[in-house]
Write a protein that binds this ligand. Structure first.
Ligand code: SME
Length: 160
C-alpha cells in the first residue's frame, strides 16, 4: 500500500472516530491508538494540553501511546512542544539531534512533529508525534496530523 493510500484511509478512520467518540478524551485516545497502530513510523503519539488557569502556562501530558516520557509537564519556553504551543505553528524537526530546543523522550527518537490544537481561536494544546526514523514527517503526514488536531479542537469546542 502506498503512503498516500494509507494516509487517506487513516484520515477517513479519524473522521469516523470523531463522529463516534462520546467525549473529546475518547477521541484523543482513539487518535493516539489509530496513528500509532496504522502509521508505522509514528512510534510515540500523544497529546499535551494547556493546564487551565496555570501561571505561567504549562503543557500537561494527556492521552498517549508509546513508552512513558519523563516530560509530563512542559513550560512554554521549553522543548519543541513549548515552541509549537507558544507560536501556534506546526513544527517539524527532521533530525532532533540538531535542534537545541529538543527535550529527549526516548534515545531512539530521530524526528518529531508537533501540531497545535486550537479551541475558539486560542491554542488549547497540541498533538506530538515522535519517530525512530529521521525525516519521517513529510507534507502528507503533516496534513494528516493537522487534520487530527483540527478534529480534536472542534470536539473540544463543542464540549465547552
Ligand atoms: N520532544 C518533546 C518532548 C516531549 S516527548 O517527545 C514525548 C519536546 O522537545 O518538546
Amino acid at each position: 500500500m502506498s503512503v498516500t493510500t494509507r494516509i487517506e484511509e487513516v484520515r477517513n478512520e479519524v473522521t469516523e472516530l470523531a463522529q463516534a467518540a462520546p467525549t473529546a478524551k475518547d477521541l484523543m485516545e482513539g487518535v493516539c491508538k489509530l496513528l500509532h497502530e496504522r502509521m508505522l513510523k509514528y512510534n510515540w503519539v500523544g497529546f499535551y494540553m494547556l493546564e487551565p488557569g496555570a501561571k505561567p502556562p504549562m503543557l500537561v501530558l494527556n492521552a498517549f501511546v508509546g513508552a512513558m516520557t519523563p516530560h509530563t509537564r512542559i513550560p512554554l519556553n521549553q522543548g519543541i512542544c513549548g515552541a509549537a504551543a507558544s507560536s501556534g505553528k506546526t513544527i517539524v524537526v527532521d533530525d532532533v539531534s540538531k535542534d537545541p530546543r529538543y527535550l529527549a523522550c526516548s534515545l531512539e527518537t530521530k524526528s518529531e512533529i508537533v501540531v497545535p490544537i486550537f479551541v475558539a481561536g486560542q491554542v488549547a494544546g497540541e498533538l506530538d508525534i515522535d519517530s525512530h526514523f529521521s525525516a519521517a514527517f513529510g507534507a502528507e503526514d503533516q496534513q494528516l496530523v493537522q487534520y487530527c488536531a483540527e478534529m480534536v479542537g472542534k470536539r473540544l469546542e463543542k464540549s465547552r
